[in-house]
Design a protein around this ligand. Structure first.
Ligand code: ATP
Length: 553
């Protein structure tokens, strides 16, 4: 029903036309039987005109039936296409916090498995709807043929449906359980692919992973799916047996109890036999339909934001004329997760002025990355105020606020397409200029604004990520340990040439770094310590570090 409701909400008129076509097609099919019974068994007109009428009816069954099937299949595929587009857009509109909480395996399972279950459901839907309509039409015809026989067969069929319903609930429970296990399977697939180097080097680890983690999930999924198919097999055979039994019942009641004559009993049984194929087809479609409905429930459980077709997020323009960003008592605490302490940063007080180079230092786990996510608006400030040029920003300003920043995080993703300011295509000479400065001119080819080959070393990939961030031409650049993967020569060039060049171009740079030798490049150095920010006297820090180096020597 959820599937039908979804179809009805999205494609009301198309669905109504398909239903009308299905009803016409089913009506015509029942009409063929009625015609055979009325005209072929007891011809009233000339044989040739009866045959022509019969041929016409058959042609109409073919044309309307095919049209109904084509419409329903096209509609099903259209819906799957719409689901994919809206799902990806909703993921693109979801806050980082929620995405992190859901985790990539769960999202991938939905993108992959739920959409494919929905595809199968929609492909089964035409035959299910057709079977349903045909059976309703067929039973109406049976009622018209003989009311006493109909009451008896309806009671028989009610028993069939009730037992079938119980079996279907068992199928549903197994399919639901199998889908839950699929999330764990996707987690295993991800571990097998992303951990391929570790697993290749350590075969014991590979064996333990395969045996203790992947196999139990795969086996549990197999067992649930097998059980679901067995219950559905029961259901199919139960329905088949009961339909055949109903023919015996009809003949018994007609001849044994004298409820109807032989001709009516024969037509009655012929109609039941005709309905049998579509009825068992309807039951065979049940697992796919249940799978689709479970997939829909799963998609809803992700609690993604409603679909919005547009990408605009600019209630205010904060990028032009920005002078200062101020954090006043800003706090952020990670959401509750099982078995881990909730880390908190803040209260944070900091002012970032346009054109400054600020270095952020601090020990592992002190909260530097968390702070950069808070600064860039990826995480919301849960307390305190963020001021832009002295005026306080509110939650609806966050999307516009994020447009102030371009970033290279330590877990950056390199997109093939390079973008210029405001999503425009970057100028080729601009790309060439920065490729030269990043010493990548002979390593990387850019055609039509796309990187042709990104199979590079980690340090080179990071240079490309920096290129992408620079080309976006946003006022503030946040670089998380960018220089950590660079060789000493290029690291020096980054601190002594690139950063001053960016500053000269008016950029503000916040760089997370541990490179104390280059602290004099920064206008200011701030330190993160257990979630709190402290302003540091960089000159004193540098002198201390030089003394320690001399002592060690
Ligand atoms: N998604 C998350 N959910 C919950 N806690 C998190 C999450 N990400 C990080 N943390 C916690 O926040 C703390 C700070 O992490 P963060 O990555 O900000 O530190 P960092 O200073 O950047 O460390 P490093 O120098 O090692 O990169 C850690 O204790 C970590 O356990």
């Amino acid at each position: 029903m959820t599937l039908l409701r979804l179809l009805f909400n999205r494609f009301r008129w198309a669905l109504l036309s398909v239903l009308a076509l299905s009803i016409a097609s089913a009506g015509l099919s029942v009409g063929v039987i009625a015609f055979t019974n009325e005209r072929m068994l007891h011809p009233q007109n000339e044989l040739s005109s009866t045959l022509m009428l019969f041929g016409g009816l058959l042609a109409a069954v073919f044309v309307i039936g095919t049209a109904s099937q084509i419409c329903m299949t096209t509609l099903g595929h259209r819906l799957v296409y719409q689901l994919r587009r809206t799902l990806v857009k909703r993921i693109l509109d979801t806050d980082l916090e929620r995405l992190e909480r859901l985790g990539p395996p769960r999202l991938l399972a939905s993108l992959n498995s739920d959409t494919s279950h929905l595809t199968s459901a929609f492909i089964s839907l035409p035959s299910a709807v057709y079977g349903l309509v045909l059976n309703l039409g067929g039973f109406a015809y049976l009622a018209w043929l003989s009311q006493p026989l109909f009451v008896a067969t309806a009671g028989w069929m009610l028993l069939t449906v009730m037992v079938g319903w119980l079996l279907m609930r068992q199928t549903h429970a197994r399919i639901d359980a199998a889908r839950t296990i699929e999330d764990s399977l996707y987690e295993d697939y991800q571990a097998a692919l992303l951990g391929r180097k570790e697993l290749a080097l350590n075969r014991q680890r590979a064996e333990r992973f395969y045996r203790d983690e992947f196999e139990p999930h795969a086996a549990a999924s197999r067992d649930r799916e097998t059980a679901a198919d067995i219950f559905n097999g029961f259901n199919e055979n139960w329905a088949n047996m009961m339909i055949l039994g109903s023919i015996g019942l009809v003949f018994f009641l007609a001849h044994g109890a004298g409820w109807a004559d032989h001709a009516v009993a024969t037509t009655y049984s012929l109609t039941i036999l005709f309905l049998r194929t579509s009825l068992t087809g309807l039951i065979a479609a049940i697992p796919s339909l249940i799978g689709g409905s479970v997939a829909l429930d799963k998609l809803n459980s992700l609690q993604l934001p409603e679909y919005r077709p547009d990408f605009s997020d600019l209630p205010r323009n904060l990028t032009s004329n920005w002078q200062a960003l101020t954090f006043q008592g800003v706090r952020y605490r990670y959401p509750e997760t099982e078995g881990s302490n909730r880390f908190e940063v803040g209260p944070l007080d900091l002012t970032l002025k346009a054109g400054e180079i600020v270095f952020l230092i601090g020990g592992n786990g002190s909260g530097k990355t968390t702070f950069t996510r808070l600064l860039t608006g990826l995480y919301p400030a849960q307390a305190g105020t963020i001021l832009w040029n002295g005026s306080a920003l509110t939650e609806p300003d966050r999307p516009a606020y994020r447009r102030l920043f371009s970033t290279v995080f330590s877990d950056f993703h390199l997109f093939h397409r390079l973008l210029g300011p405001d999503g425009s295509d970057p100028a080729p000479e601009e790309i060439a200029y920065w490729l030269e400065r990043l010493e990548l001119t002979h390593k990387v080819k850019v055609g039509d604004g796309r990187l042709q080959d990104s199979r590079l070393s980690q340090g080179q990939r990071k240079r490309l990520a920096l290129l992408a961030a620079i080309l976006e031409d946003r006022p503030v650049m946040v670089l998380d340990e960018w220089a950590a993967d660079q060789d000493p020569g290029y690291r020096r060039r980054f601190y002594t040439e690139l950063l001053p060049l960016l500053k000269a171009q008016g950029k503000t740079v916040l760089a997370v770094t541990h490179d104390e030798h280059y602290f004099d490049v920064a206008d200011r150095v701030v330190k993160m310590d257990e979630g709190r920010l402290l302003e540091i006297d960089s000159h004193r820090l540098r002198t201390e570090s030089t003394c320690v180096s001399q002592l060690v020597q």
